[in-house]
Design a protein around this ligand. Structure first.
Ligand code: SF4
Length: 222
């Protein structure tokens, strides 16, 4: 079985276990970008609380852009790292205003994918994962975000070499997987990383991917 076929079989087994993921209602792209910056180094719940507080206190992106920095920090405190994330959010909004004249990311829809990714990653604090989340979730474009779970599980499974960096993993997994499965595969691999293939204690014996997984076979060898 080659790597592409193996990825397909893994996808099918994960589908049996976690099901097809229906696309959640999209945030508009600027909201997706801000929400993704808030999600860095925290969990979904804290991200959502911080995002809601920010939107309640500053209902428009112009207000977020122009508010005193400390007020943004205070609003997003539940997401942690507020002193880092607040200037990143305002910096992104200011860049947009300067370059587009409007607080919109709609221009990314028509840019070639590589240029859209380059623009996003040129923002302070926006790496390949954040860029791919915005492109996939807000625009439905073929980008594959790699979080810590996907990075770990895909290396254990041998989908990518074990020493691959998280940045490089984006490129390799995008080459390996057909774009039509990015959305579901992304969410199902995260579910598997949380549920079964945890960082410290992967539960290999009952894992439906064991026969495809070099790491799991090593762990369960007699
Ligand atoms: S066999 Fe073990 S290491 Fe491999 S994917 Fe399953 S839980 Fe993770």
């Amino acid at each position: 079985m080659n790597a592409v076929e193996k990825a397909q079989v893994i996808h099918e087994r994960l589908l049996e276990r976690y099901g097809e993921q229906t696309e959640r209602p999209h945030l508009e792209p600027v909201a997706e970008l801000v929400s993704t910056i808030l999600s860095q180094n925290t969990n979904d719940r804290n991200r959502d609380v911080a995002f809601e507080r920010l939107r309640e206190r500053f209902p428009t992106w112009e207000e977020v852009r122009d508010a005193p920095l400390e007020e943004i920090e205070e609003a997003i405190r539940p997401a942690g790292l507020a002193q880092t994330k607040a200037p990143r959010i305002q910096g992104a909004l200011r860049r947009l205003s300067e370059e587009q004249g409007l607080l919109t990311l709609d221009f990314l829809e028509d840019l070639p994918l590589g240029e859209a990714r380059d623009w996003l990653t040129s923002l302070d604090g926006v790496g390949p994962k954040t860029a791919a989340i915005v492109l996939l979730f807000a625009f439905g474009r073929p980008a594959f975000p790699v979080d810590t779970h996907i990075h770990r599980v895909s290396r254990r499974l041998g989908l990518i070499p074990s020493k691959t960096s998280r940045e490089k993993a984006h490129e390799l997994l995008e080459e390996l997987l057909p774009p039509e499965i990015y959305y579901t595969f992304h969410l199902n691999l995260i579910a598997h990383g949380r549920d079964t293939c945890q960082a410290r204690r992967p539960d290999c014996p009952p894992c439906p991917l064991l026969d495809l997984c070099p790491y799991g076979q090593e762990q369960t060898a007699p």
